[in-house]
Design a binder for this molecule. Sequence first.
Ligand SMILES: [Mg+2]
Length: 184
Amino acid sequence: MPKPQYLIFLDRDGTLIRHIPYLSDPEQVELLDGVKEGLSALKAQGHLLFLHTNQSGIGRGYFSMQQAIDCNNKMLDLLDFETSPFEEICIAPEHPNETLIYRKPSAKFALEMAQKYQKKLEQIIYIGDAPSDLLTARKAGGTAIGVNTGDGPLRKKLKAQNLHQIFPVFDSFEEAVHYLLTNA
Ligand SMILES: [Mg+2]
């Protein structure tokens, strides 16, 4: 049987690049270890990759959408793929107190992509360093894998929300990708 093709949604800050609160300067973009190789491995298996990043700094007026895009583009430069590894990118600019449209844990982006690419909701997978990333997948009907590479200890945060037995958490992107490729 052919392996199913997954829609893999990657968080940006703390997952693909080093977490810096309200990052807005492309010069501060720094890829985390194993990310380029991990994304290559996922693409090589035919999975579709998406970038889904919460950027409340836009809604808070700390920086502009263009600055967020510039940081994304710097990350893409550093990843140095022939073309962008991401099918689509969603930057959610909302302030947390606003009505959430695309801001995680809103599942709107994932659901739209599943419909657009004609995939089942079970084919949605999120990889991220925050409970909101993982909860987004769950809300969409998919699964999620945590990485402990971002803003504070993810396992502890999940435990505080009684979610620690639901999501696997790994200490590196490489381990998360290995888990995904062997278990998905
Ligand atoms: Mg993050």
